[in-house]
Design a protein around this ligand. Structure first.
Ligand code: FMN
Length: 326
């Protein structure tokens, strides 16, 4: 597994909170301040460096850290972030660190927080003087956005996923499809707004799609508003030698009795027109087009590959369609 080290400075806690959130998304990870950094951490795979902006400057401890360690850091994937109140100007503060590490190192400015009650005397004086000279108003602000932080961390995660020991694409897809076909049950996650649902379901995997059959229920309240789904399929054995599990992100379509493809989908389940005529209630189908598979398989390790592999399915349209009914 890729390991991430998040190095940060923080006087009032905002940058620390954001560093912690980034570490959660990028984990397995470790957070530390520059003075806590030890040589054994240089073996980590990804480095994220975060600094607050004080009086138009990055934190001196972060500058020193980058200056001192630039040689080996340049050979590793690195990303930078700052927290500040002037977000549009934020990234320019990080240019100084990019001078050491390379202009193409990703850098992002996150909104910070100012809690005037917490300011120490020097900072209060500095900001009071600054407010007198400019149109800056010294008052509490909270510009933090965990949404922006999560998006940044997820993008980094996806970018670095492909650096690991990869299983060849064809072999990976075959493994994923075999796993899908050799199971029949999983947990379907659906959601919208502040509601989420994890429904144990039976499924069929055929023609590159997942088919779930349902008379109705709360999951549809989500799906009619948000077609994004995740399906978890796993073996019960969680020992490190045997662990196997798949998380399939996809887009769901609801096939009602009048929808094209409904009859063909029911046939996959062995329900033909004659049998269907005997049903008093309607049978609906959730057809999921896979977008991304995250496949954990301990066997990959024996081949010298990472046990967690990510596969992105080709866009819909390039898949083999279901044969149409006469
Ligand atoms: C003394 C002081 C000076 C600051 N100067 C700037 C600044 O020049 N530009 C800016 O955008 N934000 C500035 N800020 C806002 C901080 O960057 C923001 O509050 C940050 O989230 C603080 O991080 P921390 O909580 O990790 O210490 C300043 C804050 C303080 C306390």
């Amino acid at each position: 597994m890729q390991r991430t080290c998040v190095i940060y400075e923080s006087k009032y806690g905002t940058t620390e909170e954001i560093a912690g959130a980034i570490a959660l998304v990028l984990g397995p990870a470790r957070t530390c301040r520059p003075e806590e950094f030890t040589d054994d951490l240089t073996s980590f795979d990804l480095f994220v460096i975060g600094t607050p902006i004080y009086n138009g400057n990055i934190a001196p401890s972060v500058r020193r850290f980058v200056e001192t360690n630039a040689r080996w850091l340049k050979k590793k994937p690195v990303a930078l972030f700052c927290t500040c109140l002037n977000i549009p100007k934020g990234r320019s503060y990080l240019a100084e660190l990019q001078d050491y590490l390379g202009k193409d190192v990703p850098a992002v400015a996150f909104g910070g927080r100012l809690d005037t009650a917490k300011l120490d005397r020097d900072d209060r004086t500095a900001l009071t003087l600054y407010a007198r000279k400019t149109d800056f108003v010294l008052e509490d602000r909270d510009l933090t956005s965990m949404r922006a932080v999560a998006a940044f961390a997820l993008a980094l995660r996806e970018k670095n996923e492909c650096l690991e020991g990869r299983v060849p694409e064809d072999e990976l897809l075959t493994g994923i499809e075999t796993f899908l076909r050799s199971h029949r049950t999983g947990v379907l996650a659906t959601g919208h707004g502040d509601r989420v649902r994890a429904t144990p379901i039976d499924y069929i995997y055929a023609n590159g799609m997942v088919y779930i059959y349902s008379e109705g229920g709360e999951k549809f309240a989500h799906l009619i508003q948000n077609p994004a789904t995740a399906l978890a399929i796993y073996n019960d054995d969680t020992s490190p030698e045997e662990i196997r599990g798949l998380q399939l992100s996809g887009r769901a379509e609801i096939l009602r009795p009048e929808s094209p493809g409904h009859r063909e989908a029911l046939l996959l389940r062995g329900i033909d027109m004659e049998r269907l005529a005997g049903f008093t209630i309607e049978m609906n189908v959730i057809r999921i087009t896979p977008i991304k598979a995250e496949y954990l398989n301990a066997a990959f390790k024996k081949e010298g590959c990472a046990i967690r592999q990510v596969y992105r399915f080709p866009l819909k349209g390039s898949r083999v369609p279901l044969p149409q009914m006469p």
